[in-house]
Unconditional design. Structure first.
Length: 360
């Protein structure tokens, strides 16, 4: 992929404190109205100081890397996630932190995927975006962007970064990336994290929620996984789902795993044809990962009779994981490990704080 690069140094005479690499992938944040028409087009990052002059007053150096052809995040792919991981790897020793500007539609998927790919991460990687383009007067882009930069650059008294994980910053809240979900397509509070507390609240001051922030690990060394396996699918339960639909999904050639989106605390129909289809899939080494359709609460297999059988046939509980974190976790785990038993073990345990340990 090709990139454009711009360097911005602080205008204050103070010595530079740290450096942030901003990677612009596209999305609403970077849009402006084209001069003649009424259409929104990606803005040229050469104009960044004109659009957000405040960034020169921050006390750290910022480098911008912009994809030559920014995308709407609905077009994101696992290849781009690996590309983002590779950019971070190549620049890891040069920069203290990373901010990724990304469309909101798939930001939770990207944040989840990166949380797995960036093994041994001990620097901040903060994704942000906006509901209104930067070129619009009431835009939320400026606040989201500047606060994300400040959070990325924040250090503790001993000089170590306060954050050392993949996060999403949006509308005053910093969330763990792989716990986040897009909840709103029009209000400014686009993201929430129902099953995990926010990591920071950026009001007049930035208040950190320290007990929930991943502790800094000075011994961690970054290693970026460069493979993801897309032989995965979602199977969402709904009243009236037919055997034909279920079979069509479970019989996809080469399928390695399915995220089964169940009701409530992990429940599904007890119709014999359904249970039989799940049992057959598991016998063929297809992993079935049970994730609730509810945003809050968790899967507790065996709590109701309607989930007991799922547990008995070997469905893996997703506890309180989001669907976004579950599907990307499968892609990561299947690319890393061939043995289905080990894959099931990895899926059922937290790898990057994306789920709580299941109790049963
Ligand atoms: N469709 C846009 C995107 O995800 C929406 C946004 O940026 O908020 O790229």
């Amino acid at each position: 992929m090709k990139y454009n690069t711009i360097h911005i140094n602080p205008i204050s005479p103070e010595p530079t404190q740290g450096s942030v690499l901003v990677i612009y992938t596209g999305g609403t944040l970077g849009m402006v109205y084209e001069t003649k028409g009424k259409q929104l087009v990606p803005f040229d990052f050469d104009q960044i100081i004109e659009k957000v002059p405040e960034i020169q007053r921050l006390s750290f150096a910022i480098t911008f890397l912009s994809l030559q052809n920014p995308i709407d995040s609905s077009n994101i792919t696992p290849e781009i996630w690996i590309e983002l991981g590779t950019i971070i790897e190549r620049n890891y020793t040069t920069y203290d932190s990373f901010v990724i500007l990304h469309g909101t539609d798939t930001m939770a998927y990207t944040a989840s995927a990166l949380s797995y790919l960036l093994e041994g991460l001990n620097k901040p990687v903060i994704l942000t975006g906006a509901q209104l383009p930067i070129g619009v007067p009431r835009s939320d882009a400026r606040e989201n962007f500047i606060s994300a930069l400040e959070l990325a650059a924040a250090v503790a008294d001993d000089g170590t970064p306060i954050l050392s994980e993949v996060c999403i910053y949006f509308n005053s809240l910093l969330l763990r990336g792989n716990r986040s979900k897009k909840q709103e397509s029009s209000d400014f509070n686009a993201f929430h994290s129902e099953n995990y507390p926010f990591l920071a609240n950026a009001g007049v001051r930035i208040d950190y929620n320290f007990p929930f922030i991943k502790p800094y690990d000075s011994s961690a060394t970054l290693s970026v996984q460069k493979k993801l396996d897309s032989q995965v699918a979602f199977l969402k339960m709904f009243p009236g789902i037919t055997p034909k639909t279920v079979k069509a999904i479970l019989q996809i050639e080469g399928l390695k795993g399915v995220v089964l989106e169940t009701y409530g605390a992990g429940n599904a129909t007890t119709e014999p044809w359904f249970l039989e289809a799940i049992r057959e899939a598991i016998e063929k080494n297809i992993i079935v990962f049970n994730v609730s359709q509810c945003d809050g609460g968790r899967v507790t297999q065996g709590h109701y009779q309607t989930s007991k059988y799922l547990k008995e046939v070997g469905v893996v509980s997703g506890s309180d994981i989001t669907a976004e974190a579950a599907i990307t976790k499968m892609m990561y785990v299947f690319a890393k490990e061939n043995d289905p038993k080990k894959c099931a073990e990895m899926l059922g345990a937290p790898l990057r704080g994306e789920m709580s340990v299941e109790y049963s």
